[in-house]
Design a protein around this ligand. Structure first.
Ligand code: SF4
Ligand code: SF4
Ligand code: SF4
Length: 336
């Protein structure tokens, strides 16, 4: 049995909770800062100036995809939402190297989804969809991803991307998003409320079925060298790993968990009662210390952030007067 696991390994779940909580609190702080900046830009005589937080651009992944394609086609690094592109590249790199660690350890929406799941479990209203609905539903996020990928990666050439990039709509897309959440239409509000309520009943509803960003990260994570591996010779088939897995992966049916849904949370490794049965592996090493994965995820994330900061790829070059002018016309500015 696994009683001689290092104490620190037994604390992985708490560590993940702490990590997710801190990122979520930071995002709430960023949201408050951005809202204050937005109010100031609308009326600078009645509201105190609060600096626009660059990290708000993390919530603009489609704009970041446009910027990434422009960059790959030889255009300059995004100067309008540079932090958005820096954080997007960080999330892609984390997935390529370290599983879907951005989802498992950083994303505040994933954390909110986890909290809803825990609450649903406590209220005994949570369940997982049966396989015959689950599998077709799983394709929804890839259909959405395919749709956006087709529009941005296939349909738009450098000229179209650059036109979009310099459009007033792109410049204020973060304020548009805020506006959307502050004053949602009846339909949008009902859909959001529906998704929130369903998250208490169906495990991981948004992340598992609808998030195209997570779909993209999951596809990239398939080539990640870090994998959860199971030793079928020592496995006692207790299924504890499958019960805790937030991604509902059938771990006991495989030796290596190479699955686009695996978020690298390592809850399965932590809960397995048999010593060295379930491990975090890399090629050439059957078992590594599970703490290595979150350390590398956070290390790579903050490395990208600091690199963005010191190389000037963090703060927007848009002057404050431009934000003020466009924010005041926000209702008139539509998608180009
Ligand atoms: S699937 Fe989407 S919302 Fe969920 S954790 Fe991943 S990126 Fe965040
Ligand atoms: S928790 Fe460990 S022993 Fe139990 S089924 Fe999973 S891999 Fe096997
Ligand atoms: S397989 Fe393990 S590491 Fe992957 S999502 Fe499930 S519990 Fe987390």
């Amino acid at each position: 049995m696994n009683s001689n696991k290092p104490l620190v390994q037994d604390r992985l779940t708490q560590l993940r909770f702490l990590c997710q909580s801190l990122f979520a609190l930071f995002c709430l702080y960023v949201g408050w800062q951005f809202y204050s900046f937005y109010l100031w830009a609308l009326d600078s005589t009645a509201n105190t100036f609060v600096a626009r937080p660059p990290a708000v651009e993390a919530f603009l992944p489609l704009g970041a995809l446009v910027s990434l394609k422009r960059l790959l086609l030889g255009a300059e690094f995004d100067t309008i939402h540079p932090a958005g592109l820096t954080l997007f590249i960080a999330a892609l790199l984390i997935s390529l190297l370290l599983r879907k660690g951005f989802c498992g350890w950083i994303c505040p929406i994933g954390f909110a989804s986890n909290l809803a799941e825990r609450a649903g479990k406590k209220m005994r209203i949570l369940f997982a969809l049966p396989a015959w609905i689950d599998l077709p539903m799983l394709s929804l996020k890839y259909i959405l991803l395919g749709f956006f990928g087709y529009l941005i990666l296939w349909q738009m050439g450098l000229e179209g991307l650059t036109d979009f990039h310099h459009s007033p709509y792109n410049m204020i897309s973060d304020a548009k998003m805020l506006h959307f959440f502050l004053q949602p239409s009846m339909l949008a509000g009902s859909i959001m409320l529906g998704i929130i309520l369903i998250s208490f009943i169906i495990r991981n509803f948004w992340c598992r079925y609808l998030c195209p960003y997570g779909g993209l990260l999951g596809i990239l994570a398939l080539v990640s060298p870090f994998q959860v591996t199971r030793d079928p010779d020592t496995c006692i088939d207790c299924k504890k790993c499958e019960v805790v897995c937030p991604s509902s992966i059938h771990i006991t049916k495989r030796k290596t968990v190479r699955n686009a849904e695996c978020i690298g949370c390592l809850e399965c490794v932590e809960v397995c009662p048999v010593k060295d049965c379930l491990n975090l592996s890399v090629p050439g090493k059957k078992a590594t210390n599970p703490l290595l994965l979150p350390c590398l995820i956070l290390g790579l994330f903050f490395f990208c952030y600091i690199l963005g900061l010191i190389t000037g790829h963090w703060k927007t070059e848009i002057p404050l007067e431009v934000f003020q002018r466009y924010y005041r016309m926000i209702g008139e500015i539509g998608h180009p």
